[in-house]
Design a protein around this ligand. Structure first.
Ligand SMILES: [Zn+2]
Ligand SMILES: [Zn+2]
Length: 650
């Protein structure tokens, strides 16, 4: 029996070097340069993130990472901090039980079992201890253990959660142990080389929240400590500033101050829109309706409550059942029980519209749009103001087309989307292309065609994009569009998905040029995603100071003295005639009081009128955020504001 004692590693520059089988990435780094060995943090081996201590047994591609590689560095820093925090907690309170501690966006958390809640002072003490551990530059080391040894170890140490975790790992899989100094944790890795590689001044413990063990409400409630971590202090500070700014702009807070909407326990995750909020909603809906009309869409409306039979045909009943609201009715006085679902998506209903009457290739592309009201069950813990709800309205549309039309439809969609985003104040958006997954429907030929159509459309428009190989839906490739808001946060809103599956499942067909029947491709697409969430994003992006045309209350005309009241009403009426949402404030209050109150309500324009304005037939105009008033003739004010009230033209 022969075994390979030499393996060949290929570096990013194409160079190859031979090593003894079982060489570690750390040894590889040292063979290149001692400086690199010191700076190295991990490696990518055949696409997998590798610890420097793990052996490499076969030929592979390899790239050595240092702290300069953001993605790997941040993942390791955050992951090592999770371990360092758990060690600090157990050094301070040896009887606390440890569970799990994953990396998350901007940081990590770790769940602990402890009777008394962690106090803010406790978090301070944990942070100090963590800094000591980092400054000690304790080595990180790893070993693989067999199951019996690992279980015995944790049983002896009284760590029942770890024992349960091990029992959940499939039989036959190696169990990896990590030590940060003398402190041990069960962990897949990879990790840094020593605790000193974690920057001591770029992390912060932020808060504690309750979390059920394994997310199961019948299991113990644990205490989850959250931390933020970055590569350096400046990045941490910038993120903290962003969070403070985000809190000031929180749409739930502004929603109360501007009287936009509320939510209540009797209808979790479903919005009660108030007059001001609903005005924003309708402004946005009118704007979108105009854009869709110009882009050649036809608007339809389909039912809310649909029999399970259709959901079975579409596959939702099998795959999506636990997210659907079920509605049972007694048909014919109780003779028959009929089971329906509130629609969680509009797609199957749109196919029903397509399926009416015979379609020919001349009818394609057919673009059917619906402001589709959908309901999806979300766990109560995951809901968040307007951002995550159970009842929402998508700016949905489905384009039925041929394979050859995918590229032009995609280009048309991106043009529509970029115009909408720009006019709503978002200049920057990113595109992600997700390609074929392992498990999929449709021939490779069709996938080739669709993927290259999507690529071609983006490249034609000269836009940058990122490819996520294998991340497409099983039914087709897709594009996701992420916009960046005023404080640098990213929001995934738009989507464009090719679907080769649903038209087949639901029997959508057209007669081709060849006289034979074909299934159309179905393109699912949305620009905003949902109106509810997008309005939440708009409110936060603008900190409530919406552009004039979108603002629910546009102008308040305030009397400085009560003798001006008649003129106030004249101005309000003239503005209304010009299409401006104007209201009078003739309360017997000081003008400064009125200015303060209406700026808190984020009214973009305040017109103040006293006896001088009455005499001149003028107004004193003050815009939200400005400290100065301008004088304008009444006629000028009406034509200027009437123009500003129009939504941006396509
Ligand atoms: Zn770990
Ligand atoms: Zn759809």
């Amino acid at each position: 029996m022969s075994h390979t004692s030499q393996i060949s590693l290929t570096f990013p520059d194409g160079a190859r070097r031979d090593y003894a089988a079982g060489v570690t990435a750390g040894e590889v780094a040292a063979s290149i340069a001692p400086g690199l060995a010191k700076k190295a943090i991990s490696a990518t081996v055949n696409g997998a993130h590798y610890d420097l201590q793990w052996p490499i047994h076969a030929d592979a591609s390899i790239a050595i990472h240092t702290l300069a590689d953001d993605a790997q560095a941040l993942e390791l820093i955050r992951h090592d901090l999770a371990h360092i925090m758990a060690r600090a907690v157990q050094e301070i309170w040896p009887d606390v039980k440890v569970t799990i501690g994953p990396v998350r966006d901007y940081g990590w958390f770790y769940d602990f079992d402890r009777k008394e809640p962690f106090s803010p002072e406790d978090l301070g003490a944990i942070e100090s201890k963590m800094k000591q551990i980092i400054n000690a530059r304790d080595p990180v080391r790893t070993e693989t253990w067999d199951r019996a040894r690992a279980i015995a170890y944790y049983e002896e140490r009284g760590e029942p959660f770890k024992v349960e975790l091990i029992n959940r790992i499939p039989e036959g899989e190696d169990l990896r142990m990590y030590w940060h100094g003398a402190w041990q944790d069960l962990c897949r890795g990879p990790h840094l080389q020593h605790t000193g590689q974690v920057p001591a001044d770029a992390f912060k413990l932020t808060h504690v929240a309750g979390a059920y063990w394994l997310g199961d409400s019948t299991r113990p409630m644990l205490q989850r400590i959250y931390g933020l971590a970055f590569k350096n202090r400046d990045d941490l500070k910038a993120h903290q500033t962003m969070l403070e700014e985000a809190a000031k702009r929180d749409h739930r807070k502004l929603g109360r101050e501007m009287e936009l909407f509320h939510l209540q326990e009797e209808a979790p995750g479903m919005v009660f829109w108030h007059p001001n909020g609903w005005q924003i909603y309708r402004n946005l809906e009118d704007f979108m309706r105009g854009r869709l009309r110009s882009a050649g869409y036809k608007e339809i409306k389909t039912p809310q409550v649909v029999d399970r039979v259709l959901w079975e045909k579409s596959g939702h009943w099998e795959a999506y059942r636990e997210n659907m609201f079920i509605v049972e009715v007694d048909e014919d006085g109780g003779k028959e029980k009929r089971i329906n679902a509130l629609k969680p998506m509009n797609c199957p209903c749109h196919v029903q519209v397509f399926n009416q009457g015979i379609k020919s290739y001349r009818d394609l592309p057919l673009r059917l749009a619906e402001f589709g009201s959908c309901h999806r069950y979300e766990s109560s813990g995951s809901m968040h103001g307007l951002m995550r709800v159970r009842g929402f309205t998508q700016d949905d549309a489905h384009i039925f087309c041929t394979e050859d039309q995918i590229e032009s439809e995609c280009a048309g969609f991106i043009a529509l989307l970029s115009g909408v985003y720009r006019d709503l104040g978002f200049e920057k958006f990113d595109i992600k292309l997700s390609t074929r997954p392992e498990v999929r429907v449709g021939s490779d030929e069709v996938w080739d065609k669709a993927e290259s159509a999507l690529k071609g459309a983006i490249e034609h428009l000269g836009l940058p994009y990122q490819v996520n190989p294998g991340d497409g839906a099983f039914y087709g490739p897709k594009l996701d569009f992420k916009l960046t808001d005023a404080i640098g946060r990213e929001w995934q809103c738009g989507t464009f998905q090719c679907d080769f599956n649903l038209p087949v499942r639901l029997g959508a067909e057209y007669v081709g040029e060849d006289g034979a029947k074909h299934h159309p491709v179905m393109l699912h697409r949305a620009v905003l995603g949902s109106f509810e969430r997008f309005i939440g994003i708009l409110i936060e992006n603008y900190a409530g100071k919406l552009p004039f045309w979108l603002a629910p209350r546009q102008v308040v005309v305030a009397a400085i003295v009560s003798d001006a009241d008649a003129y106030v009403h004249e101005v309000v009426n003239a503005l209304k005639k010009a299409g401006v949402r104007a209201e009078a404030d003739t309360r017997n209050e000081k003008i400064n009081y009125k200015v303060r109150e209406h700026s808190l309500g984020k009214v973009p324009v305040l017109l103040a009128v006293g006896m001088k304005e009455v005499a001149d037939r003028s107004v004193s105009i003050r815009r939200l955020g400005d400290q100065v008033n301008d004088m304008m003739t009444l006629d000028d004010a009406i034509s200027t504001l009437g123009f500003e009230a129009l939504p941006p033209a396509a």
